[in-house]
Design a protein around this ligand. Structure first.
Ligand SMILES: [Zn+2]
Length: 528
């Protein structure tokens, strides 16, 4: 799959005649309508946290989201970018989608080379079996780090570029937490990022990318991409786009598009747990006129920089929360606290017992109805095997994140053994099925601890409900998520707090051992 060969193959491509209706979607046939376009589609997504000791294997992708070949085009419940590609192709019958692979896993530490190479091999194998194409639509996260390459996403686009050659346009979609690199910008023809956090616009992002690619293939657009890196990283808890500094920035960016300052803007507040050399927030602007793109990128980057201090957040101690429960006794709705330092969505293992340890120390288990979750395969299996109604003594927590705490000895009653599976109920990942593996609820007085084998997104009340626990009826509910949990939990309560806890995805960024990021960088250096 050398570039020259692939390019030559493209130029020599025969012109296919229009054929009977119904050929659209027959991706396996080298047949398409007149003026039609063959579009390769696929996606490989994972977010890395270089401070996390968690690791991922093929199994993690297979369990979370994994489709190959024609499976990509089958009806499915997940509302992801792929659904946006398919919707665009339905609206534009000239687009014929050539599916490769679409795989996603929960965030983790750096991806092991072995797992990454296996994913690349699957993609290369699928690409090799496809006919010549007119364009590529590919979904990446953009903050993917391999154990031996800080720019894993760049490695994927390189593979795509080698396959299709220099002349075929590639448009990628990225999570708005991406760390946009020079290699990405130099290798692709279009970059389209999410515009929401909590992320709710996977489908529109896929659709916009497909629209852009369609216009490039038809010769109606030839965008130049301008990347402006901004030397700042800010807590993910304040990345939300509905209010605060990001809402203002998006207003400015969309006004720029409306006023014709550029064709399309993407704003990337990088997720802050990447200790790598090309780290930083980014503004990516596209326009057919490079000077306009340059000017708009500079304008928005300056605005982002000026707002850097507005992203600071206040963190709370567990003890403060317990005092508040006492003071606000009788108020409706739970207090929802986030141990975002241990968020599986941010690459942490989800195995911290810090909050449980604190609640037991503060004797909360005689007083408040609390719901907690801890990933611990050994303890989850032992509790599930003991069975409901049995008393168990277990060591729980920190089986992976040994740098951030030690196992805690607990004694409790197994209140429920669950199936481990639940379906996300709302918004952001609606329809996707989560798999906790073996799981059980261990009751310690009034504290319910959900032990599970696998890390999953903890910010949907459906997780607790799947094991018979109702967050709306609890006094205190623990989630491990920076902001994504707000989509569902804000429907239950207005008392939501981020905790100051140890962990690889802490919001206390200056407490993490950054060594490789470029300096100066906010908030590590003074710019005043
Ligand atoms: Zn994200």
């Amino acid at each position: 799959m050398e570039a020259a060969g692939a390019g030559a193959q493209r130029r020599a491509r025969p012109v296919y005649k229009a054929s009977a209706a119904g050929t659209r979607g027959c991706f396996h046939e080298r047949v398409r309508e007149e003026n039609g376009m063959n579009i390769i589609i696929g996606g490989l997504l994972q977010e890395s946290n270089t401070f996390s000791e968690a690791s991922s294997a093929m199994r993690d992708f297979e369990q979370y989201y994994f489709r190959t070949g024609s499976q990509l085009l089958e009806p499915q419940k997940a509302e992801n970018e792929l659904a946006g590609f398919i919707k665009a192709a339905a609206d534009h019958p000239e687009m014929t989608l050539l599916p490769t692979v679409f795989a996603q896993a929960v965030s983790s530490g750096k991806i092991p080379r072995r797992t990454f190479d296996e994913l690349k091999r699957l993609l290369a194998e699928r690409l090799a079996g496809l006919p010549a194409c007119d364009g590529v639509l590919f979904t990446l996260h953009g903050a993917w780090v391999a154990e031996d390459n800080d720019d894993a996403d760049g490695e994927i686009v390189e593979l795509l570029r080698l396959h299709v050659g220099p002349d075929v346009p590639i448009v990628i979609t990225l999570d708005s937490h991406a760390n946009v690199t020079r290699k990405l910008v130099e290798t692709v023809d279009g970059i389209v990022g999410y515009r929401t956090f909590p992320h709710t616009d996977y489908v529109p992002t896929g659709y916009r990318a497909a629209e852009l690619l369609r216009r490039i293939v038809r010769g109606e657009a030839k965008p130049h991409i301008r990347l402006c890196k901004v030397p700042m990283i800010v807590p993910a808890e304040r990345h939300e786009t509905a209010r605060g500094p990001m809402a203002e920035l998006w207003e400015e960016a969309l006004a720029g598009e409306r006023e014709g300052r550029c064709a399309m803007t993407s704003l990337f507040l990088v997720q802050p747990w990447l200790d790598i050399a090309e780290m930083g927030c980014s503004v990516v602007v596209m326009d057919d006129d490079p000077a306009k793109a340059e000017e708009e990128a500079g304008r928005l980057a300056a605005s982002m920089w000026s707002k850097r201090k507005q992203f600071d957040i206040r963190l709370y101690g567990v003890e403060e929360m317990v005092v508040m429960l006492e003071e606000q006794r009788g108020r409706g709705g739970p207090v929802v606290v986030s141990d975002s330092a241990d968020s599986p969505g941010a690459g942490s293992p989800g195995d911290s017992n810090f909050v449980l340890r604190e609640l037991l120390r503060l004797k909360t288990h005689h007083r408040w109805n609390c719901l907690l979750s801890i990933v611990d395969p050994g303890a989850a299996r032992a509790a599930a095997e003991a069975g409901e109604g049995r008393t168990v003594r277990l060591q729980v927590g920190h089986s992976v994140s040994r740098a951030y705490g030690e196992p805690l000895a607990i004694e409790g009653v197994v209140a429920k053994v669950g199936s481990g599976k639940f379906r996300f109920g709302g918004g952001t990942v609606a329809g996707l099925e989560a798999n906790m593996g073996r799981c059980a609820v261990v009751q310690i007085g009034t504290v319910s601890v959900l032990l599970m084998e696998n890390a999953t997104f903890t910010g949907d009340p459906a997780m607790y409900r799947s094991v018979g626990l109702e967050p709306a009826d609890a006094d205190l509910v623990l989630v491990k998520s920076a902001a994504q949990f707000r989509a569902e939990y804000e429907l239950l309560t207005d008392r939501i707090y981020i905790l100051d806890t140890p962990g690889a995805s802490t919001a206390n960024l200056t407490g993490l051992p950054f060594r490789h990021i470029p300096r100066p960088m906010y908030p590590f250096d003074s710019f005043d």
